[in-house]
Design a protein around this ligand. Structure first.
Ligand code: PAF
Length: 258
C-alpha cells in the first residue's frame, strides 16, 4: 500500500489505470473501525484499485469539534493496508484548501435540515470535499456507510445535480453495530463507560421504528432530533448528546439496506 500526501502524486499513481480499470474510492476521516473496514473490503472485492482518502476535513467541523476528533494515522495505515487498500491519500489541510480557496458546494434544502440545522455549514464542507475527491480520483464507485444517512442523501443529490452520475456509482453499505447495538462511530472512543451505557438508549429507541415511542425512550437525554426522514431509503434518524459527545444513528423504515 502506498501513502500519498499530494494531489499531484495521487494523480500520477492513478494515471496508468485510467483506461479500463475500475477505481474505488472510500472517503474517510480516519480513526478506523469495523464499519470502515467493511467499506474497504467491499471496495477491494468490487474494484481493480482502491483509494482510501484520510482527511479530517476542517470545513465540516466547528473548531472545538475538529480538535477533539480522534486521529491515529499510523494505525489507520496498517488497517487500510490489511483490508486491501492500494493507496491511502492523506493530504494536509493546505493541499485541499490552499491559500485563496473560495469555492463551495451548497446542497440547499437537504443540507439545511436535521444535522444541517444543528451543524450549520457541515454539509457544505462535506459536499465540497466529496466533489473535490471525486474530481481528483475520478472513481467508478464511491463507498459510504448508511450510518450517515443524511450525508448519503446530500452527496447523492450533488452527484445528480452536478451531472456526475454517468461515471460514478455511490455504494452505500449497512451500518455496522457493536454487540450491544451501538452503531460504530469514530466518536465512540470519546465516551466514558457510564456515557456509553446511556448512549445505548439511542439504538434501542430507533429499533422501535416509531418516532413517538423513540422520543419517549429518549426522554431525559439531551436529544437534538428524532424524525422520520424521506431519504432513499426512508429512515428514522436521531441525534443525541451524551456528555460532550454527539451521536447520530438511524434505522431503515423500508427498502433493503439495514
Ligand atoms: O463520513 C465521513 O467520514 C466524512 O464526512 C467524509 C465523507 C469523508 C467527508 O469528509
Amino acid at each position: 500500500m502506498k501513502l500519498v500526501r499530494t494531489i499531484h502524486e495521487l494523480r500520477q499513481a492513478l494515471e496508468p489505470l485510467r483506461h479500463g480499470s475500475e477505481i474505488g474510492l472510500v472517503p474517510t476521516m480516519g480513526a478506523f473501525h469495523e464499519g470502515h473496514l467493511a467499506l474497504f473490503r467491499t471496495a477491494r472485492d468490487e474494484c481493480d484499485f482502491v483509494v482510501v482518502s484520510l482527511f479530517v476535513n476542517p470545513a465540516q467541523f466547528d473548531a472545538a469539534d475538529l480538535d477533539r476528533y480522534p486521529r491515529d494515522e499510523e494505525r489507520d495505515g496498517r488497517l487500510a493496508a490489511d483490508a486491501g487498500a492500494d493507496v491511502v491519500f492523506a493530504p494536509p489541510p493546505g493541499e485541499m484548501y490552499p491559500p485563496g480557496y473560495q469555492t463551495w458546494v451548497e446542497v440547499e434544502q437537504l443540507g439545511s435540515i436535521l444535522e444541517g440545522q444543528f451543524r450549520p455549514g457541515h454539509f457544505r464542507g462535506v459536499a465540497t470535499v466529496c466533489l473535490k475527491l471525486f474530481n481528483i480520483v475520478r472513481p467508478s464507485r464511491a463507498y459510504f456507510g448508511q450510518k450517515d444517512a443524511q450525508q448519503v442523501a446530500v452527496v447523492r443529490r450533488m452527484v445528480c445535480d452536478l451531472d456526475l452520475d454517468l461515471n460514478l456509482e455511490l455504494r452505500v453499505l449497512p451500518t455496522v453495530r457493536d454487540r450491544d447495538g451501538l452503531a460504530l462511530s469514530s466518536r465512540n472512543v470519546l465516551l466514558l463507560p457510564e456515557e456509553r451505557e446511556r448512549a445505548l438508549a439511542l439504538p434501542r429507541a430507533l429499533a422501535t421504528k416509531d418516532p413517538e415511542r423513540a422520543r419517549e425512550l429518549l426522554s431525559g437525554l439531551d436529544v437534538e432530533y428524532v424524525e422520520v426522514a424521506e431519504f432513499e431509503p426512508r429512515v428514522l434518524v436521531a441525534a443525541i448528546r451524551v456528555g460532550s459527545t454527539r451521536l447520530i444513528d438511524n434505522v431503515v423504515l423500508d427498502g433493503e439496506a439495514k
